[in-house]
Design a protein around this ligand. Structure first.
Ligand SMILES: Cc1cc2nc3c(=O)[nH]c(=O)nc-3n(C[C@H](O)[C@H](O)[C@H](O)COP(=O)(O)O)c2cc1C
Length: 236
């Protein structure tokens, strides 16, 4: 399956064999370079062993990917954007993956990284059974009408995106050919970055992200940014 096809089949995995992922595959994962939303924000991703993290869930995998970031404006949506591409990539490789918001670094076994803040981690490993969904109907998500001011099939990949406790805090408004992305103030901009990652992966050739001026606000939401994507045609 392609990275884009993974959008319609991925699922959080919480049941793993205890078999560590081999070095050759770890090297492939470390070499995967997701596209950032904000290339100027410094981030550091690292594959670590279980002893480096603290997590209360019983199924934590032998290896995890952790990510640190500079605390610059937009850093949370940037991390969501980067790491959701990683979530799709790991599942494309046949691994099981779960975002782990409840995971922390273990201060006894890890050093702090100067100028960087630990943000979040992904647990990954060999799944027990097949964690993938059969198709896009197999998702528990809000309807298109609930997430946008105007029905737009281009938003379907974003609608299916994962989020912390399935909160789906994103809302989309339209102005001409521009889609504005807003995030509920009760939610995290990291989740909005995840939804944007699905829009990017589904439209790699045409996706453009930018901050627009004079965007009409949505009550209870913060403006995250805007994007342009071309409707899909036979040619692209
Ligand atoms: C930022 C973030 C943090 C998450 N943290 C956890 C977690 O700590 N533990 C867990 O079991 N699942 C966690 N999840 C997984 C979500 O519960 C899951 O993505 C959501 O319920 C949608 O289900 P799906 O990923 O199977 O589509 C997290 C997801 C995201 C995006």
């Amino acid at each position: 399956m392609t990275l884009e096809e993974m959008i319609y089949h991925r699922r959080s995995c919480r049941s793993f064999t205890n078999h560590p992922v081999e070095d050759a595959l770890l090297e492939k994962i470390a070499a995967f370079a997701p596209k950032p939303l904000y290339p100027e924000i410094k981030v550091h991703m690292e594959i670590v062993s279980r002893d480096k993290v603290k997590c209360i869930c019983p199924w934590t995998t032998p290896q995890l990917i952790t990510v640190y970031s500079e605390e610059a404006p937009g850093y949370l949506e940037n991390i969501g954007f980067l790491f959701q591409q990683m979530d799709l990539y790991l599942q494309m490789l046949g691994l099981g993956v779960c975002w782990l918001g409840m995971g922390r670094m273990n201060p006894k076994t890890t050093r702090e990284i100067a100028g960087m803040k630990f943000v979040i981690m992904l647990a990954f490993g060999y799944p027990k059974g097949d964690p993938l969904r059969r198709n896009g109907k197999d998702f528990r998500r809000r309807s298109m009408e609930q997430i946008t001011d105007q029905a737009d099939p281009r938003l379907e990949p974003a609608r299916l995106a994962p989020s912390a406790v399935n909160s789906q805090p994103w809302y989309f408004t339209h102005a001409g050919d521009t889609i504005h992305v807003h995030c509920s103030r009760k939610g995290s901009p990291l989740d909005a970055g995840i939804a944007l990652a699905h829009l990017y992966v589904a439209n790699m050739e045409t996706f453009q992200f930018f901050k627009a001026g004079n965007v009409a606000g949505v009550p209870g939401h913060s403006y995250i940014g805007s994007c342009r994507i071309e409707p899909k045609t036979e040619e692209n």
